[in-house]
Ligand binder design. Structure first.
Ligand code: NAP
Length: 308
């Protein structure tokens, strides 16, 4: 068996603690050897650094980094890591702009290292089966409803409301990562973005897309949802209706309902290990492209101020 990939985590926030640390510990293809945190937080007495630069300059051998910071600072960190010859796992979204991600991909290719733009929702329990089921049917229309309470899921995350933080598209891009994986290619035709008067990013969005043959795909994103939360994709086909609920975890077709095991980050790390072993990259920017198009083409309206 090959030696474990020596990996460091950069940015010890919510997702690093909730998912990256346990997933790395559970995967014998990886060995967590260091962490980087501006608060100099340490994990299990491992070597820890305040900046990635300090880690790269230190006498700690690493093969890879997982960048778990907000997207606005991801490019600089990834460029630094690639220049030092390290494989890079990018949290979603892979960057704050499409051009910076394209440049990282070129740099990674030139440096001969793996760059992985991860989309965790594609590994939700029902998604692979939904993709297979839809590949054998014709889609007539699709609807995406992603409504959640920002106060519950993103308390105090100021970066999410700043330019590049994506606002409601931070969860919305998860839906798009599934939709671009299971539906025929589609593009934005119109959008309405609702921005709180005191924020730089939308709190809600209503988007209309269509496929190349004119099949409509509608998306309803809202962060003001209280009570039951919705993370649903409904696809009408010539063979009946498919529903992916709970963020892709629960699949219902005319044949019945199945709930897959939660292996989103286990799946991501298994794939990252394969990419590193095979010496290849996986950088799909389709979900980010659709979000960028919404900002390019969407009508903006100002709505009530939002306070945490
Ligand atoms: P978070 O709780 O705010 O943590 C982000 C961490 O990044 C911070 O704790 C900080 O770590 C570091 N950081 C570096 N520069 C920063 C800056 N300028 N502003 C704020 N933090 C900075 O965010 P998160 O929820 O973990 O999200 C991080 C990324 O993961 C985002 O791209 C998000 O879309 C993605 N993600 C989040 C979730 C989720 O459920 N929260 C799920 C999937 C994906 P130190 O204090 O250690 O330096």
């Amino acid at each position: 068996m090959a030696d474990p990939i020596k990996i460091a985590i950069v940015g010890l926030g919510k997702i690093a603690h909730d998912q990256h640390l346990p997933s790395i510990r559970a995967n014998c293809a990886f060995n967590l050897v260091a962490t980087v945190s501006s608060r100099n937080e340490s994990i299990n007495k491992l070597p820890h650094f305040e900046t990635l630069g300090e880690l790269l300059a230190a006498d700690v051998a690493i093969d890879a980094v997982a960048l778990c910071t907000p997207p606005q600072v991801r490019y600089t960190l990834a460029a630094q890591a690639i220049a030092a010859g390290k494989h890079v796992f990018l949290e979603k979204p892979p960057g704050a702009t499409l051009a910076e991600v394209a440049l990282l991909d070129r740099n990674a290719e030139a440096a001969g290292v793996t760059l992985f733009a991860s989309w965790h929702s594609r590994y939700a329990g029902g998604v692979a089966q939904a993709r297979h089921w839809l590949s054998e049917r014709n889609v007539k229309r699709a609807s995406i409803v992603w409504r959640e309470d920002v106060r519950v899921w993103h308390p105090g995350q100021d970066w999410i409301w700043e330019p590049g933080g994506l606002g409601v598209f931070d969860p919305g891009i998860n839906a798009l990562s599934i939709a671009t994986h299971i539906l025929p290619p589609f593009f934005l035709t119109s959008a309405r973005l609702s921005l709180p008067a005191n924020r730089a990013a939308p709190i809600a969005a209503d988007l209309q897309f269509e496929t190349g043959d004119g099949t409509p795909v509608h998306m309803d994103l809202d962060w003001r949802q209280t009570g039951p939360q919705s993370w649903d994709i409904i696809v009408e086909t010539d063979g009946g209706t498919l529903t992916l609920a709970k963020g892709g975890a629960v699949l219902t077709t005319p044949e019945g309902t199945q709930a897959g095991e939660d292996r989103e980050y286990a799946g991501l790390y298994a794939h990252f290990a394969e990419l590193v072993r095979d010496g290849v990259r996986d950088v799909d920017t389709a979900p980010l492209q659709l979000v960028a198009d919404a900002f390019l083409r969407g009508h903006r309206e100002t709505v009530d101020e939002f306070h945490d």
